[in-house]
Design a protein around this ligand. Sequence first.
Ligand SMILES: NC(=O)C1=CN([C@@H]2O[C@H](COP(=O)(O)OP(=O)(O)OC[C@H]3O[C@@H](n4cnc5c(N)ncnc54)[C@H](OP(=O)(O)O)[C@@H]3O)[C@@H](O)[C@H]2O)C=CC1
Ligand SMILES: O=C(O)CCC(=O)C(=O)O
Length: 421
Amino acid sequence: MSKSIYNGPVFDMAREQFERVADHLQILEMDRDRLLYPKRAIAVSCPIHTDDGRTRVYQGYRVQHHLTLGPTKGGTRFAPSVDIGEVAALSIWMSWKCALAGLPYGGAKGGVTVDPFTLSPRELEALSRRYMQEMIPFVGPHTDVMAPDMGTNEQVMAWFMDTYSMYQGKTINEIVTGKPISTGGTLGRREATGRGVAYLVGRALECLGIAAGNATAIVQGFGNVGSVTTYSLAQRGVKIVGVSDHTAAYYDPAGLDISGLQRHVSKCGQLVGFSSQVLIDPSELLIQKCDVLVPAAIERVITGENASHLKCHVLAEGANGPTTPEADSILQQRGDEIFVLPDILCNAGGVIVSYFEWVQDLQRLFWEEGEVFDRLYRVLERSFQQTIARAKRDRIPHRTAAMAIGVSVVQSAKQTRGLFP
Ligand SMILES: NC(=O)C1=CN([C@@H]2O[C@H](COP(=O)(O)OP(=O)(O)OC[C@H]3O[C@@H](n4cnc5c(N)ncnc54)[C@H](OP(=O)(O)O)[C@@H]3O)[C@@H](O)[C@H]2O)C=CC1
Ligand SMILES: O=C(O)CCC(=O)C(=O)O
């Protein structure tokens, strides 16, 4: 690439992971940029009137990685960390994730640089609507379909859908997924990512010969992905020994009171205040003893510093990009000690059920919840088996195997279509 606008530690990570896979697949140097660098990047200014009568401008982005297999697909993040490099990396990971799951999409990601907790509900609605309004020329049900990610939720998706629809003069449910059921959402999307993580953790434990009822887990992050993963693992009989969010971290080797935790979070919205007995330093949580460690918050938390201290048997990546390439190298040196469920496999439940939502919206035919989860688990099972088989066959880490499958799907479609898609 001559000169790229993409930089920062998260983009560097996506590039380094890609280079490792490209080396493994022996992809020619001249074909690498075409596979790695996004097709389109959009940056917008989103002015809103604040409650105190002023005007404030927020920076928004959307990156569409490739359009080779169909529309682009991926979440929208409202977080202070959002910049073009982070969003580009996340869009690249979405591409490999969709390709591994066999979905007819390229990857995309978007976001606004904002701490949503500092906005009033009215300001959040204004910002959501303005962001979508600015994106209207670049998105569409057959161009780019948004969904929730960190800091956004079903309500934000409903505002996106409403804003887009008002401009088209008719209701277009299929412009976003992860919507409330009342606006054309599917049953199961809210729980899909976390339930998918729990399903795959179950499969990893089976491979290791550990009964779920004898296993313990620590989950970092208690938003959509972390909370549903925690409750789903607990339902499968796994003892939850640690949880954290931005406000607090708790660890108790005897097991946390999950019903109490659930009641506390429904009332207070955050973990802080749940207990003063079992508080732990958040930086210590990830290296406590457990069978299953689920980072389900932000990128780059498993690093060169802590990877050699992890004491889990399964590392289930609920978050996108939680493990740095330095940490990957250390995990690889540790051999079979830790069974890694890489992000593009582990958290794919969300986008798979988003795909089901899009299909249902396009057909105007809605499925029972059982059908959604049966189909979800079938897709995850296929991806899991393909990844494990590829890793065994080529003697490579699970991440390299999962990415090799995803990258090959995109590469082969580009080659078949010709030079430019
Ligand atoms: N939503 C989805 O369907 C999917 C999400 N993902 C990925 O999963 C991850 C989480 O997303 P999602 O659950 O939707 O986001 P949410 O905004 O719902 O939740 C994020 C959670 O992470 C916590 N958190 C933030 N920073 C830290 C930190 N430094 N230490 C501990 N906890 C922290 C937040 O705490 P607090 O609330 O206190 O700030 C919150 O509990 C992201 O990487 C996202 O890209 C992947 C696939 C699909
Ligand atoms: O549901 C989707 O379309 C995308 C979910 C997402 O952003 C992700 O998997 O990281």
